[in-house]
Design a protein around this ligand. Sequence first.
Ligand SMILES: [Mg+2]
Length: 286
Amino acid sequence: MSDHTNSSQTASAESTVETPLVWDHLSDVRTRLHQADGLLFGTDFDGTLSPIEENPDSPEPTETNLRSLRALRDHPQVSPAVISGRGLADLRERVGIEGVDYVGNHGLELGIDGQRETHPDAEAAEPVIEDICQTLGDRLAGIDGTVVENKGVTATIHYRMVDREEVKTVQNHVKEVVSELGKDEVEIHDGKESLELRPAADWDKGTAISQLLAHTEVWLPLYIGDDTTDEAAFEEIRPDGITVHVGDNHKTAADYRVRTPAEAEVFIRWVVTDGLALVESTDDTR
Ligand SMILES: [Mg+2]
């Protein structure tokens, strides 16, 4: 397991150089796919498979991305996985494709080969998260647009729809309630227009992707995502894996980026139409 603290320091030191667009490096991606015996295709959900929506309840994967995921699943030397901050059950329902591995709650809930596994510390923190969500629901009731989403072992406080001048108030309430009720078991992490409440457990998207890799042969990992929590996955698999950040955040550990979810869709489609043929063309020694 890599040391995430060290690797994130390395990443921020390197981030003065702008992360190049993957389109300018497709030959490198092609070479690595050609050398690979198989592909672990990992992807984030919100902002990657689905466009970011105002309302956290509405996002669905685009039709093209669903088609791509099915094609990846049907390839014998590819194992696709969707890794998200959403709860495992919610994620599985939204994507709805059998034979894909799902990881929920930023790596705390794993659904690999149909088996569910939850971090024990995360399971223990569930009643504490419940308590915090109820109290926050009351305290934030007067602030329009706040959404308190209890995801079982974690929670997300969304403020995308909140007036800009009220965002600070929302954040202060969250800090207050977590310090009152969190019992040092709950941490606050910055999300996209949201705060994530997570148990102090050491599984993240990076450990998730290494657990997924342990289920494959020695396959090449590829990971694409737009969140700060996706950085742990990038750090885990680079420089050997193919890492693609979605967005204009130049402080990413990923080697490449695409600008928008629409470009992510085009890249994922490219992996299916061009990339899979390269994985297929590898000599089969069996
Ligand atoms: Mg995302």
